[in-house]
Design a protein around this ligand. Structure first.
Ligand SMILES: [Zn+2]
Length: 242
């Protein structure tokens, strides 16, 4: 047998699973990865909870994980904007989950739901291992973009790994049309400003563009008046010194 043919045969035995690999919790059957993205208020958590609850009703072992950065609601439950609750693990990263959850309990798991996935830096490696080595079904929900419509965290990185990708939409708060983007109403510029309806609103493309222009203009006015106040303070201080 030529060496190239031999390597082809050994590759096909690895791909077909007859190469002595195995050792998975689910007898070598690979899992699945499903990704749910969209702007804020699009119902991502609701869709994730619905999926996890229906898997649980079907008798599968499920668990929900969310980032411990998001403490807007109860710390040990995932709560959708419409108030539906589900118990969950609030963690700073995903790599510590298996150990914290317990190796035996992890081995029995069928489905893992991850909410606010944009906050987990180790999302890609976790999804790969959970689905492809451990045979789990992983359902990931998170923001695809931040308030400037830049890729947020690692959510987009797992799309090439996914069986399915669902982009949900919200309702534009200005006109009621379908909203694809999240507009930040306040002047903070850090990417991870965790907040709800007081800080963000879902908008259509037109109102995103208009809103960014208005916010940009407002910020310029604020910064100008702020530097004016600073100058006045300096003048007062100078006056006090002299
Ligand atoms: Zn609109």
């Amino acid at each position: 047998m030529s060496s190239s043919l031999r390597s082809l045969v050994s590759l096909s035995s690895i791909v077909s699973g007859s190469g002595g690999g195995g050792g998975n919790d689910n007898n070598g059957v690979p899992g699945e990865i499903h990704v749910i993205v969209g702007p804020m208020f699009a119902g991502k958590t609701t869709a994730l909870l619905r999926r996890i609850k229906s898997e649980s009703t079907d008798g599968r072992n499920v668990v929900m994980i969310k980032s411990s950065k998001d403490t807007r609601y109860a710390k040990d439950s995932v709560v959708s904007h419409d108030g539906v609750k589900f118990p969950c693990w609030a963690l700073p990263d995903l790599s510590s989950f298996e150990e914290k959850f317990g190796f035996d309990a992890y081995a029995k798991l069928d489905v893992i739901g991850i909410d606010e996935a944009q906050f987990f830096d180790d999302l890609y490696d976790f999804c790969c291992k959970a689905a492809e080595q451990d045979g789990k079904t992983v359902v990931v929900a998170g923001l695809d973009g931040d308030y400037l419509r830049r890729s947020f965290g690692c959510v987009l990185d797992v799309i090439p790994l996914a069986d399915t990708v669902t982009k949900l939409t919200a309702r534009c708060e200005m006109c009621g049309k379908r909203a694809f983007f999240t507009l930040r109403k306040v002047g903070e510029t850090q990417t991870e400003l965790i907040g709800g309806a007081e800080a963000y609103m879902p908008v259509c493309r037109q109102h995103y563009v208009n809103g960014q222009a208005v916010i940009g203009a407002a910020r310029t006015v604020l910064e100008t008046s702020h530097s004016q106040v600073q100058k006045e303070i300096i003048v007062v201080e100078t006056a006090c010194v002299s």
